[in-house]
Write a protein that binds this ligand. Sequence first.
Ligand code: SF4
Length: 476
Amino acid sequence: MTKRNYATVNPCVMCQPMGSALAFKGIENTMVLYHGSQGCSTYMRLHLAHHFREPVDIASSSLSEKGAVYGGRENLKKGLRNVINRYNPKVIGVATTCLAETIGDDVPAIIREFKEEEGIGDDPEKDIIIVPVSTPSYGESHVSGYIKALDAVVRKFAESQGGERDVRIHNGKFNLIPTESLSPADVRELKEILEATAGDYIFLPDISETFDAPLRDNLPKIASGGTPLSEIADMPDSRASLGLGIVSKNLAVAYLEESHEVPGYSTPIPIGLSNTDSFFTELVSIIGCPIPEKYQKERGRLLDAMVDVHKYLYGVKAAVYGDPDTVFSLATFMLELGMNPVLVATGSKSRDFGKRIKQIFEEIRPELEPVVLDGIDFDSLNDAVSECSPEILIGNSNGKYIAKARDIPLVRVGLPIHDRVGAQRILTVGYRGALELLDRITNTILETTDTFTAPVVEPAAHAGQGEKDECMEGAK
Ligand code: SF4
C-alpha cells in the first residue's frame, strides 16, 4: 500500500524476545535472561512495565564489543550465575536477541556446559530448569517469540520426564494455551469460565497475577503466581489441548498432539459473539459440560446491547490493526456489530492472515471489500488510512499519531497501551468482554458525533413563574 520503498519506519510489531518474556512471565518462579546487549533488556522491560504498570525484571548477558567479536559464552554463564544467586528461580528462560544470533552463539551448548560445571541436572523437582529459545528480532516478531517460548517450555518439561512415553497416564485435565495479546483481566475471565466448565484445567501461561499483582509490603523478587511447574509437567497427560487463535500456529498444542497424543484443537480468541460461541462450543464438545446459566444470561445481555447500539454503529467505517489473531477476532466482532472494517492490518508477516480475514468477510458481510495488509509498519498503515478514510481506529496506542493527525478517535485494544492507565484491566474476551468493548466503541463514536445528546433548551431568562411551572409540569 505504501508508495515508499525503504526500510521499516515505526514497526507495528515488537521484538521477538519480548514475546518470549510475556510467555515466561506467566510461569511460576521463572526469571528471564536475554542473551545479547543490555539495551534490548532495558527497552523491553520498560515497554512491558509501561503497559502493565508492574515492575518487570529481565536480566541480560550484557554483550559488549568483546563478546560480539569473541562470542558470548562467558557472559551468558556469568549472567546465569548472577540470576541464580540473586533471584533463586526454579526456571530460567534464556531468549536470544539479534546480536547473539548474528555472532552465532550455540546457546543450548553453552547451557549444557554451564549445567555440567554447576552440577545442575534435569529434574524439575530438584534442579533449575533452563529453557533456551531462539528469538532474533530480524526473523519474526513478539507473536512468534511468545509461541516459540511456550513450545520450548512444554517440550523441556515433557523431556525432563523421559520424553515420549509408550503408555499415557491420563490425568483428566484440559490444557488451555492462549495467544500473546490477552490482558491479566482476560486471563482471569477465561479461568473463571474454565472453573465453571472444565473444572480441572491447566492454563499456560497464567499472567493474571504476575502482570497485575496486588500491592504488598515486601515486593517479591519474582512476582507470585503463574502456571505451577507441576501443572506444566502434567500437560502431556491431559485429555485435550485448546489453543486460542487460528491465524498463527500454536506450536505447543501441535507438539502435545504429535508427540504425546493429546488431541489438539484451536478456536479464535473469544472476542465478540460468534468467537465466544465457538469457544464455548469447543468446551462443550471436548469436555461434555453444559454451558452454565450465568454465561447464557451474559450472552443474552450482549445480544440485547448489540440491538441497542446497532443504529449508532451500522456502517461506521473502521480501521483495525495489531496482532494477527487479535485483529481477526476484532474484525469479526465489528462485522457482527454492523460496522464496516475498511482496513484490516497486522504488523506481523503472516501467510494465513489475508485468507482468514477474507473468509470471515465472505461469511458475514460478503458485499464488503476491505483492504487487508500484513507485515505493515506505521508508515504504510498511515498511507492505508489516508486511502481508506476510516471514521475510527481500533488498535494499540502506537496508532495515536495517525488518529491525531486525521482527527479521528482511537479505541485502545491490544499491546502495547502506553498512553493510558488500566491496560492490565481491559477485558475483551467472553460475553462480558464483548459487552465492555461494545460500550467503549459505541461511546467513543457517540462522543465524536454527539448524535445521542438532544440540544439542551434553556428556559428564557425573562420567563414568568407561571411559564416555569408549566415547564415543570411538562417535565413530570
Ligand atoms: S531489534 Fe534486536 S537488537 Fe534491537 S532491541 Fe530488538 S532484539 Fe534487541
